[in-house]
Design a protein around this ligand. Sequence first.
Ligand SMILES: Cc1cc2nc3c(=O)[nH]c(=O)nc-3n(C[C@H](O)[C@H](O)[C@H](O)COP(=O)(O)OP(=O)(O)OC[C@H]3O[C@@H](n4cnc5c(N)ncnc54)[C@H](O)[C@@H]3O)c2cc1C
Length: 466
Amino acid sequence: MTEAERSKFDYDLFVIGTGPGGEGAAMQAAKGGWRVGVAERYRQIGGGCTHWGTIPSKALRYAVTSTMKSLKNPVMRELGFTVAPTMEQLGRGTQTIIGRQVSMRQSFYDRNNVPVHRGQARFVDEHTIRVDNGETITAAHFVISTGSRPYRPAGVDFSHPRIFDSDTILDMKERPSSITVYGAGVIGTEYASMFRNLGIKVNLINTRAQLLEFLDDEIIDALSYHLRDQGVIIRHNEHFDRIEGHSDGVVLYLKSGKVLKTDVFLWANGRQGNTDDLGLQNLPIEANNRGQIDVDEQFQTCLPHIYAVGDVIGIPSLASAAYTQGRAAGMHMLGQCSGNLRLHDIPTGIYTSPEISSVGATEKELTAQCVPYEVGQAQFRSLARAQITGETVGMLKLLFHRESKRILGVHCFGANASEIVHIGQAIMNQPDEHNTIEYFIETTFNYPTMAEAYRVAALNGINRLF
Ligand SMILES: Cc1cc2nc3c(=O)[nH]c(=O)nc-3n(C[C@H](O)[C@H](O)[C@H](O)COP(=O)(O)OP(=O)(O)OC[C@H]3O[C@@H](n4cnc5c(N)ncnc54)[C@H](O)[C@@H]3O)c2cc1C
């Protein structure tokens, strides 16, 4: 569309939703000189990411792990610090971080002259939306970045004060002594781990045969071992029959005949795209039964001037990916090349204890593809830095091509795994001949560091070659 054609509309681009997907698109287009507006129905900008997803869950996890760690410290015990924090105290800390995020992110919209229209936005036709504050707005292009919410099955009473989903769990006022987490995806497993760290008895119910099947097998084994070692009861291949909320607890009846009763219950099984109240019936765009919208490689829907990014298009459903997708959509509509954005190179970060992170292929995938690969490993317990900090649980595993020595996958668990993995990702993404494990053998690392794990793992791998 030419500039003259775009000028007939109120905006060149209108974005629905201010999570990472919407922010990425809005900022990219605004910096490209376009007139951009956004709509947000929540009282503050930032999206589910800031208010009930990534940020509060990670802030809560940090508060839990750091306070519980210091409570175990003999000096702190000697000083009389023995009481675990209340949910109210933990919640207050989380709100402080959310507040900082909101004011920082609001400044991005202000500095880039992107007005935020408050209210629920719905399409009226292909170029018009109506916001429920009464405004009608036209735009040449749109980005749908309305995110997702927990899927709520019929027959579960989410209004019961002891039954939560991942959006409402942050409002839990009392610290329970036991919890059942139903659903062992990333969100369920992270919350199970966090509650266990708080000293709460945890049942983790998995509808599948393994935890987080998309991870490397050894990492899955390590996670299962450590969660069980900490006291989490994990049950695989289970499905609920019914869930009953009572005044003194919640009873979960499983199809296998097992019955579990805990103080509270967290439903963490599946998510639903936020498309049901978006006026899609006025467009040829259809959402699937999970509320998700189909897009092409450029994030365009079947209407090329309407893009969709983030959770509303389905996997990987990560804040990190949503932001990059938003930027890519913005670049595409500006006619810029988004080829350098590495949209398919999305690392996984899972904030359990131990933390997990990986990028690239798993052994399962390489074996299925008959790729001749070798493995190099470094156990954290053999690193001086880990011995000093006492964080000796963990491993870095490099998968590399036997002949070219190209790095094919980086898998890590243990303290700061989600940071450590990016060193491997950076080298993996170098042009051929510079993306091999030899880089780690030839490089001098600060000593003592966790980064040294790369040299140890690379040497371990090279020594396996014959
Ligand atoms: C408990 C939990 C932990 C998570 N942890 C991580 C993590 O550690 N790392 C990670 O990368 N990801 C994590 N995620 C996932 C991450 O939060 C999402 O992938 C991310 O928020 C998706 O961004 P988005 O922009 O698509 O949508 P969102 O962030 O959900 O934003 C969508 C926005 O659109 C608004 N909206 C919706 N419909 C309308 C409408 N019609 N009109 C106006 N506004 C509308 C909503 O109010 C919301 O503000 C976690 C998620 C959860 C639930």
